[in-house]
Design a binder for this molecule. Sequence first.
Ligand SMILES: Nc1ncnc2c1ncn2[C@@H]1O[C@H](COP(=O)(O)OS(=O)(=O)O)[C@@H](OP(=O)(O)O)[C@H]1O
Ligand SMILES: Nc1ncnc2c1ncn2[C@@H]1O[C@H](COP(=O)(O)OP(=O)(O)O)[C@@H](O)[C@H]1O
Length: 210
Amino acid sequence: MQKSSNVVWQEQKVNRQDRERLNGHGSVVLWFTGLSGSGKSTVAHAVEERLHGYRCRTIVLDGDNVRHGLCGDLGFSIDDRHENIRRIGEMAKLFLDAGVISLTAFISPMCSDRNRVRELIPDGEFLEIYCKCPIEVCEERDVKGLYRRARVGDIKEFTGISSPYEEPEKPELTIDTHELSLEESVEQVINLLHDRGVLREEKVSTAAGS
Ligand SMILES: Nc1ncnc2c1ncn2[C@@H]1O[C@H](COP(=O)(O)OS(=O)(=O)O)[C@@H](OP(=O)(O)O)[C@H]1O
Ligand SMILES: Nc1ncnc2c1ncn2[C@@H]1O[C@H](COP(=O)(O)OP(=O)(O)O)[C@@H](O)[C@H]1O
């Protein structure tokens, strides 16, 4: 994997702690996973909006968008998905160092790929959030019409139909998007951030009062 030689790690003058102090909040990776149509993007963007209201520095990395640029050379074979998630993991790590709360919305169907990202990130700072939703419901939602196209064979290797999805074994949070409203789903994520000490009480009360 490491092809470049003669490279030496450059130490930083400003480190992650300095950046977090400036931001007034800790950084963390919120890793949303789930079937297409399970609600990853909807919840991630709604959480980002809430966090923005709390004056937090955030970024949403979304599968569809990243595949227009950084990962535009990748398809949907298991190998390409593996490389996709590896790149996103490295990117999430950079944002963590930048003191930013990153929210990633990728199907990331394989446990091994998600666990590899978890291992890249310091303990407790990779929070896996499973958007749980029966495939029948995702298919009924068919937000982009892709399930219909996959059923007629127009799209190959479609997650849940002709390509596997492995449920997380021990996610930090499971959001049942079939049972919960969007607001309830967002609340669960915000509570998780409080529980993990990423959001401090005074930050929230300031934001609520402003
Ligand atoms: N074959 C196939 N399988 C699954 N999804 C497909 C496929 N082809 C295109 N799309 C669209 O690409 C989005 C998933 O990209 P990801 O980068 O999240 O996939 S992965 O994590 O590498 O598995 C996914 O976005 P979401 O619906 O938001 O999940 C789809 O819109
Ligand atoms: N609790 C919920 N959380 C998220 N999305 C929900 C919820 N309930 C219904 N939905 C709907 O489900 C769809 C999810 O689509 P999307 O966010 O694009 O999924 P994904 O990013 O996983 O492909 C949206 O149309 C959204 O309005």
